[in-house]
Ligand binder design. Structure first.
Ligand SMILES: Cc1cc2nc3c(=O)[nH]c(=O)nc-3n(C[C@H](O)[C@H](O)[C@H](O)COP(=O)(O)OP(=O)(O)OC[C@H]3O[C@@H](n4cnc5c(N)ncnc54)[C@H](O)[C@@H]3O)c2cc1C
Length: 432
């Protein structure tokens, strides 16, 4: 970019990806960043969220204030969680924090609102425009992208950042050939006062996945702010999955029917769920996009760019990593007088191979779930958990800055080679 006009960046969506993009891009000189969010008010639904070492890494870079200790739950050992046989409560294995990290970098579970609040505290509010639902995206032949919103407002941006979640309209316009579909799973989620489960004898005061034979599980954990959380992953027929919209209220009975064979503690926890706190979330996912940028003017972040339905419990951290990386790439291009398309290429070069690795991991997890279908409950649960639920250390130890530096070094080496090549070309006539 050589123009003295700032680069106009429109971010669609104010979830973790959009707020992360705002925090990272507002620091880049020569960028005018605005966020457009459809909600009337920023509020989070869906109970708890995990923040792990890779998430802390990027939250620190974005200068996000800490989450108060009373607002999160952290296991006292170095386990992120434990996996138990859902029927008899037998311990199978634990997933651990990466070795060598400090205590402050360990896994926490916190209400989603707490992460959102922390991001919002660091964000310039005047750049977040609420009640702005994007309804159309036009890629202009003269350059730039025209954005139209439900209330009739229009704006033109040089760069559109699609941070509009798994059902992203920006993705649908830029990649019309891509589609997401129902995974066959519905998640039931609730957060409610811890005092409601405290009387349950043998209630585990730690983070537990209770597993069933056929891939269903229920996750129970203290949450911080005096709350307790459940998330249950269930198998539901296509007819139900396709009509259940995101975050719709659910009946406790609809949840209970999936866990009748489970341990009595699970039954007692489900009995304690106040009906008005339970929501259901149909899980959709889509294949990996070949690239997460298009037309030199669109970048996708977060669930819009890797629609894989909450896998790994780290989607918010992936979204923040995407946002930080995009800002580094834009900053690099602006400082070096390069077009924004080059920034997007570098962003894609850093994040797409990482996404490929996540998709590969998901494929092997799916294969492990399918395995041993003929085995009885206990053996099958044991077999599947051992294989499917690794520590994923490479995910939680991921260093976003090191990954970006690698891309940068590669780009600069190529650049030097190109310059050396063109200097030699200039000498050619004399040699011939
Ligand atoms: C069951 C489940 C459990 C999960 N557990 C965890 C966990 O433990 N830890 C974790 O890190 N992640 C978890 N995730 C994943 C995490 O919720 C997402 O990955 C994360 O919220 C993605 O952030 P995002 O900003 O990309 O999208 P979103 O959070 O979906 O935000 C998108 C935003 O865009 C707005 N928007 C959408 N369309 C438009 C439009 N047309 N115009 C304007 N605005 C628009 C929406 O209102 C929304 O505010 C879980 C997900 C599921 C389904």
């Amino acid at each position: 970019m050589t123009s003295s006009q700032p680069l106009r960046v429109a971010v669609i969506g104010a979830g973790p990806a959009g707020l992360g993009a705002l925090l990272a891009l507002r620091k880049v000189e020569g960028v005018d960043v605005q966020v457009y969010e459809q909600a009337q008010k920023l509020r989070e639904i869906g109970a708890g969220i995990s923040v792990q070492n890779n998430g802390w890494n990027v939250l620190e870079k974005l200068n996000v204030p800490p989450i108060p200790p009373e607002s999160y739950f952290r296991n006292t050992d170095r386990k992120r969680n434990e996996h138990w046989n859902g029927r008899n409560g037998a311990y199978i294995k634990a997933q651990r924090d990466p070795p060598g990290i400090s205590d402050e970098r360990r896994h926490i579970r916190t209400p989603r609102t707490r992460l959102q609040e922390a991001l919002l505290k660091a964000a310039p509010q005047e750049r977040i425009h609420l009640k702005k639902r994007l309804t159309d995206v036009d890629f202009l032949s003269v350059g730039g992208v025209k954005l139209t919103f439900e209330d009739g407002f229009t704006t033109i941006a040089d760069l559109v950042v699609g941070a509009d979640g798994i059902r992203s309209l920006v993705r649908r316009r830029a990649f019309p050939e891509h589609a997401i579909s129902y995974t066959g799973r519905v998640a039931y989620r609730a957060a409610f006062p811890m005092s409601l489960v405290e009387p349950i004898p043998d209630l585990p005061r730690k983070t537990i996945f209770w597993h069933g034979q056929d891939g269903r599980w229920i996750y129970t954990t203290p949450l911080g702010d005096g709350l307790f959380e459940i998330t249950a992953s269930t198998l539901e027929p296509k007819e139900l999955g396709e009509v259940v919209s995101w975050g719709q209220p659910a009946e406790v009975e609809a949840l209970r029917k999936h866990f009748t064979e489970f341990h009595p503690v699970v039954g007692a926890i489900i009995d304690a769920v106040p009906p008005q706190t339970l929501g259901q979330f149909a899980a959709f996912s889509g294949p990996q996009l070949e690239s997460i940028v298009r037309y030199g003017s669109v970048a996708l972040l977060g669930d819009a760019s890797h629609p894989f339905a909450g896998a790994f419990g780290a989607g918010a951290s992936f979204a923040l990593e995407d946002a930080w990386t995009l800002a580094q790439a834009v900053s690099y291009a602006l400082r070096n007088g390069l077009p924004v398309a080059e920034a997007l290429r570098l962003f894609d070069e850093t994040r797409s191979p990482y996404c490929s690795r996540l998709y590969d991991e998901l494929r092997s997890m799916a294969a492990a779930t399918e395995k041993g279908k003929h085995l009885p409950w206990d053996e099958r649960v044991m077999d599947r958990i051992e294989e499917r639920w690794g520590d994923f250390e490479w995910i939680f130890s991921y260093d976003v800055e090191a990954a970006w530096n690698e891309t940068l070094n590669h780009a600069e080496t190529l650049n030097q080679q190109r310059q050396a090549g063109s200097a030699e070309d200039k000498q050619l006539p004399a040699l011939l």
